[in-house]
Design a protein around this ligand. Sequence first.
Ligand SMILES: [Mn+2]
Length: 399
Amino acid sequence: MWSSARILSLVSLALAVLAHDEHDHDLQMPLDYVRFPYQAAYPGDNEVTADSIFSGITTFAKLPWVKCLGKDKSETFDIAFIGAPFDTGTSYRPGARFGPAGIRAGSRRLTLYGGYNVPLEVNPFLSGLKIVDCGDIPVTPYDNKYAIQQIENGHKELLSRKAFSPLGNDSLTGQSLTPISADGVNHPRVITLGGDHTVVLPILRSINSVYGPISVIHFDSHLDTWKPQVFGGAPSSQAAINHGTYFYWASQEGLIKNGSSIHGAIRTTLSGPADYANDDASGFQRIEAREIDTIGTDGIIKKIRDTVGDRPAYLSIDIDSIDPAFAPATGTPETGGWSTRELRTILRGLDGLHIVSADIVEVAPAYDTNAELTTMAAADVLYEVLSVMAKTPLGKVKA
Ligand SMILES: [Mn+2]
């Protein structure tokens, strides 16, 4: 039987040994060593170590996962990432249903060094906004009509909430800002991970419920305003809604603001010149991919800004706007596109525009390289979008 005094002395000895070890350990640590693995990639605290970037559960940029469409229905946020894993509107290569998972994998490294955007002079992850990954909208792969309704409902469910942060004041004048939405509410922004491009029809229906007809900035090698009789032949009313026709239907439904919407990176072949007349009627201006050789990124940025102005704008990015040399894993690749660097430069040129929500679509990871070229490009492109959003609140000074 040990006396209590003996136990006490053993405990004291053990503590002394521990303390001693810890002391030596500290002495041998290099300067700036971070003792523990980085616990919170968001919001970040400058204690960055690499191990948390490639380990653990993958969300977009390692942002917190919130079950926004499940048990966290009352959760508010400023920017939400949501997946729309739908690819049964694809004409050529299927596989974009794996886009959300692929883009998240490609995005893991975004906060490795902290996430500060040098040219835009902002760290979107430390901008004070609450940014979350809401997971994916449940989407059936068996019934397009049902799936499209699911996407609209899921998007609306997020968009209809109130934003987490107040709008605040105009950074130049200090005057208080009022929301630019049609209903006068300060809504959050939703960034959708597609999915094939068909998902933009239900998204624009959701956007319309908050902002009314919207100016669209659309980067794509294709028009996507094709009439169903031209693209796919429309053997049934459901087949008539696909990733080449969704903008036709959006225009027919009055969801697109005519004349202040614009395509960039267009280089598709056409059924004939009538496709451009039809595109005009759908309300879009066009920037051809090859214009980058003559007017450069500055000229392209100017065209977009002149077209959209300070109106609320929806940004839709088809990964096939980037050349397949840089982003091969997509549904309908077209050579002669922009480099990832050029698209990123053009996106940064949208700084100051009122981008109310955005998407990246047509990422089909099965066709990617082992180096994850496409999913990495998709994630980096969204990082620029996120940075632009973080800098510009969705408000205006009352006239
Ligand atoms: Mn497209």
